[in-house]
Write a protein of this length. Structure first.
Length: 128
């Protein structure tokens, strides 16, 4: 499991003073990038080799709002690893209170955006 913290700034919020719902997708993206890095995978280096992980599906369940100046904990773990895809289970909480859950499916694609098998050296790093 990988974990990052995120402080909420005014620009993250809507006119009601709560985090705008679409911003959670950005936070989850940042957390997945850090999860890859924690496993020794630099996404920029992969793109230079013609390997991308693209989002195919996201399922988000909003439980409670985050607000300006909150400090959020974002947890990320790989829940399923398949031949061409990775499913991430993610959650955002504030002081132990669950705010948002998400399942995100990434597909490995080549430079033409055609699905491809996740290279074996990456599979072994992802299983760490």
């Amino acid at each position: 499991m990988s974990k990052i913290q995120k402080k909420i700034y005014y620009h993250d919020t809507d006119c009601g003073g709560v985090v705008y719902y679409a911003n959670y997708h950005k936070y989850f993206e940042e957390a997945r990038t850090e999860c890859f890095a924690d496993k020794g995978i630099e996404l920029r280096a992969l793109t230079d080799k013609g390997i991308w992980f693209v989002v195919k599906h996201v399922d988000v369940d909003y439980k409670a709002p985050a607000r300006y100046a909150d400090k959020l904990d974002i947890k990320t773990e790989i829940s399923k690893l398949r031949n061409v895809s990775i499913e991430f289970s993610q959650s955002i909480s504030r002081e132990g209170q669950l705010l948002v859950n998400a399942l995100t499916l990434l597909v490995c694609v080549d430079k033409t955006f055609k699905p491809m098998a996740i290279p074996e050296h990456l599979v072994s790093l992802l299983k760490k």
